[in-house]
Design a protein around this ligand. Structure first.
Ligand code: ADP
Ligand code: MG
Length: 226
């Protein structure tokens, strides 16, 4: 086993049924993510990027193929076990941020830790450290509506990292940001990669983001090409 591999996707396929027709959203996807790698899935709208992220993120299971995260063969696990994998090993960042509006930046970042039963001391150390790393220590008491788009996205990144995942999945993380803010958000992710060894798998057609990746996997009609 390659111990530096955090995700291994082999010939994954997933179709959606809609009425009497079947949409082959993902036909054949193969990709490997190593510890600390920044990888973008690029390709036109409808090429299967989000479907692949959902499978790697254990939000859905493939119809065929195999997906392994570290030592876990997640493509063959039950829905209940997948929830624990999501909580313990993965972080998620979406283009719409998905912050809880009534919670402060601090509380939004702390939230996943409450679900795992971490001690108050652990929660305080991790949340404070991450808010500092993303440059938001001074804005910890603010609610999402009191933050800019870039700041909200940085809160979302801190939240995605608070459970110390080995892999963060991000679907179009810069889509709602102007290019300067998008670049700043990428700086934060690169820094966290360098310091913590977290791997990032992005879906994006933002060329500014794609240019800064270690590797780009191009998708077309549900197939990964190299
Ligand atoms: N839940 C769904 N039901 C039916 N079709 C879907 C569903 N999700 C995605 N699709 C279809 O699968 C294809 C791939 O979609 P998606 O993975 O979202 O691509 P991308 O993220 O690259 O834009 C598209 O044709 C899309 O319309
Ligand atoms: Mg998509």
């Amino acid at each position: 086993m390659n111990t530096t591999l955090v995700a291994d996707v082999k010939s994954a396929a997933r179709s959606y049924r809609s009425g009497s027709t079947t949409v082959p959203a993902l036909r054949n996807a193969t990709v490997q993510v190593s510890k600390g790698e920044l990888i973008a899935l690029s390709g036109p709208s409808g090429s299967g990027k989000s479907t692949l992220l959902h499978l790697v993120g254990c939000l859905d299971r493939p119809d065929a193929g195999e997906i392994t995260l570290g030592d876990l063969r997640v493509s063959h696990m039950s829905a209940g076990s997948l929830a624990a994998v999501r909580r313990d090993r993965l972080g998620f960042v979406f283009q719409s941020f998905n912050l809880v509006p009534v919670l402060t930046a601090y509380e939004n970042v702390e939230y996943p830790l409450l679900l795992t039963g971490a001690s108050a001391a652990t929660r305080r150390t991790r949340v404070t450290d991450l808010l500092e790393r993303v440059g938001l220590a001074a804005k910890a008491p603010r609610r999402p509506h009191e933050l800019s788009g870039g700041e909200r996205q940085r809160v979302a990144i801190a939240r995605a990292l608070v459970n110390e995942p080995s892999l963060v999945l991000a679907d179009e993380p810069t889509a709602n940001l102007d290019s300067a803010t998008g670049a700043a958000v990428l700086d934060v992710m690169e820094d966290l990669r360098d310091r913590l060894g977290v791997a990032f798998l992005f879906a994006s057609h933002d060329s500014q983001l794609v240019e800064r990746m270690d590797r780009v996997v191009t998708m077309k009609d549900g197939v990964t090409c190299d």
